[in-house]
Design a protein around this ligand. Structure first.
Ligand SMILES: Cc1ncc(C[n+]2csc(CCOP(=O)(O)OP(=O)(O)O)c2C)c(N)n1
Length: 289
């Protein structure tokens, strides 16, 4: 496997982890995986000179957990992972590469014409992403429709969905929330990137969405708020979400935009700005420390 960033020692460690049984993947392994995902995110966006580093870096711990502890990726009963906040797809592609679903070298094609790894995910180019997205606010409706269809077909596949706080400003999210509760969808497992940042600044200043927990509860959902950088909290949140309690469940993951790269953390400027050479060097140095 050719790496786009990282050394032979890392390659050896990754090879060991990838061959482990899911139950044997440790918290230390997950930290290593999340770090590799972060390095790939920085490098691929730098090489493309275009993309969104902030959200993906903030989601790396959750995606490391999903790809190495939860997701079954093969067959008709495979888990479906959809992304509603399509602009964060670098974290998805980087996770797929670290898991071995695609080659890490393919990350170099991110955002290029004709690449499978478009700047917003497209099933036309890469069917593994399960849904095309980029227009915010559609994911919960996509996932709910898919979950209903699977239920009709008596297919036990689980539908995971990445969402964001910024896109809760979209009305369609709330129509879907109403429909999911009405249909008692317990085979959808949405998790929301609750970093209080969007394209133009803090969500609370652009158009506040709080209290998100109470809003989803009032639509008939069960809600849990969890630390999106604590693997213990991530594990117990997904374990909770996967228990059928007769109503859809929403995980609100508190995350830090830009997590792991100190000068990007909490800074909305890094929502959609690629790192320049000096930023890329500083970021990779920090992630390699
Ligand atoms: C329907 C729609 N309106 C506007 C946009 C432009 N847009 C792209 S990202 C973004 C901010 C979304 O907020 P969030 O997902 O919370 O951002 P992040 O946490 O990743 O910084 C906006 C408004 C869009 N992609 N789709």
């Amino acid at each position: 496997m050719e790496f786009i960033v990282g050394d032979a020692k890392e390659k050896q460690r990754l090879n060991q982890i990838v061959t482990k049984k899911t139950a044997d993947v440790s918290e230390d392994d997950l930290r290593f995986i999340a770090n590799r995902i972060r390095k790939n995110i920085v490098e691929m966006i730098f090489q493309a000179n275009s993309g969104h580093p902030g959200g993906p870096l903030g989601l790396a711990d959750i995606y490391a957990y999903l790809y190495f502890k939860i997701l079954k990726l093969e067959g008709t009963q495979r888990d479906r992972l959809l992304i509603s906040n399509g602009h964060v797809c670098a974290v998805r592609y980087a996770s797929m590469a670290v898991r071995g679903q695609i080659e890490e070298s393919e990350l170099k094609t991110f955002r290029r014409l004709g690449s499978r790894l478009q700047g917003h995910p497209s099933t036309k180019y890469l069917p593994e992403v399960e849904n095309s997205s980029g227009s915010l606010g559609q994911g919960l409706a996509n996932a709910s429709g898919l979950a209903l269809g699977l239920r009709f077909q008596k297919n036990p596949a689980r539908v995971f969905l990445g969402m964001s706080d910024g896109e809760c400003q979209e009305g369609m999210t709330w129509e879907a929330a109403m429909a999911a509760a009405h249909n008692k969808l317990t085979n959808i497992h949405p998790f929301l990137d609750f970093n209080n940042i969007q394209i133009d600044g803090k969500v609370e200043n652009v158009m506040g969405v709080e209290p998100l927990d109470k809003k989803f509860e009032s639509f008939g959902w069960k809600v849990r708020v969890a630390d999106g950088h604590d693997f213990g909290a991530i594990e117990s949140a997904f374990t909770w979400s996967l228990q059928d309690e007769g109503a859809p469940k929403m995980i609100l993951f508190k995350t830090t935009l830009g997590k792991g790269v100190s000068f990007m953390e909490h800074n909305p400027d890094w929502h959609g700005t690629p790192p320049a050479q000096k930023d890329r060097d500083a970021a990779l140095e920090e992630l390699s420390a």
